[in-house]
Design a protein around this ligand. Structure first.
Ligand code: NAD
Length: 252
């Protein structure tokens, strides 16, 4: 079923949640566009401006690391002040009311936590771009410190242990975080409603979770402005603006 009116989409979501005992929310870049952070695949995406720096190149080449940090700080200057939107607030409320067991997100912006979702209920499949980590000893570093050091020396930052410091995101070619993948799978297998919001559902292995949920007997519902790769597999597709559709859940 495809629903294109906001009112009907809101009623359908309310009905789905009233029948669900345990939902999983799954999010992509589209939930953060109303916060001023562009998504990946919509036209003129700033994320597509440069060819991504593959993880193996980051590890092997100090010049690639310097370039990665220059790009990171340039993007942060534009988006770091972004705050949560209606979709993030709706999901945080659904978690606190017990309706949503977990939020599985592909996003790296930390906005689910900023909206009040407890960190242990937010499963970040692609890491978090609001801090950095040593690739060798996993020591956490805060970005303002990393930036100050980078600007002082001009060199890619290094940990005291000698390891390279990298934004705590998962780069192209980097292994997926095992614990997050395991938790996401457990939550997906337990849910009776899987709500995918703001994702084109083409990035794997993340896009495998809606497929697992559906195979496991959960209702698969998708909220997105454009068609997604899994619309045909979904029970319900709510096509429209995420903030508009989720607004009642953010404030009720
Ligand atoms: P995507 O760009 O492939 O798809 C986003 C989808 O959201 C699009 O289909 C678009 O139609 C929809 N959309 C955008 N704004 C919307 C709105 N206001 N209402 C309804 N729909 C809207 O994003 P993806 O599937 O998440 O994959 C991109 C990858 O890039 C992910 O791995 C993610 O980690 C990363 N990324 C993250 C951020 C972030 O953290 N905010 C931003 C850009 C990219």
């Amino acid at each position: 079923m495809i629903v294109t009116s906001v009112d009907e989409a809101q009623s359908e979501l309310a009905r789905l949640f009233s029948q669900s005992q345990r939902a999983v929310g799954f999010t992509g870049a589209g939930i953060s566009t109303e916060c001023g952070i562009p998504d990946f695949r919509s036209p003129n995406s700033p994320w597509m401006k440069h060819k991504p720096i593959d993880f193996s190149l980051f590890v092997a080449d100090p010049l690639a690391r310097e370039e990665a940090w220059r790009r990171k700080f340039a993007m942060d200057d534009i988006y770091a002040g972004a705050g949560p939107g209606r979709g993030h607030r709706a999901f945080a409320r659904l978690v606190s009311s017990g309706k949503m067991g977990a939020i599985v997100t592909q996003n790296i912006d930390g906005l689910h936590q900023a909206a009040g979702a407890p960190a242990d209920r937010v499963i970040e499949l692609h890491g978090n771009g609001t801090y950095a980590k040593c690739l060798r000893c996993e020591q956490r570093y805060e970005l303002p410190d990393v930036r100050a050091e980078f600007e002082r020396t001009g060199a890619a930052p290094q940990c005291a242990c000698g390891g390279a410091i990298k934004s705590a995101t998962v780069s192209f070619g980097q292994a997926m975080p095992e614990q997050a993948m395991r938790k996401a799978r457990e939550e997906t297998e337990l849910c009776d409603l899987f709500l995918a919001v703001g994702s084109s559902l083409v990035v794997y292995p993340a896009a495998g979770f809606p497929v697992i949920a559906k195979r496991n007997g959960a209702i698969l519902a998708i909220v997105n402005r454009d068609e997604t790769a899994l619309d045909d597999a979904a029970d319900v597709v709510l096509r429209g603006d995420i903030g508009d559709i989720l607004a009642p859940f953010a404030s009720s």
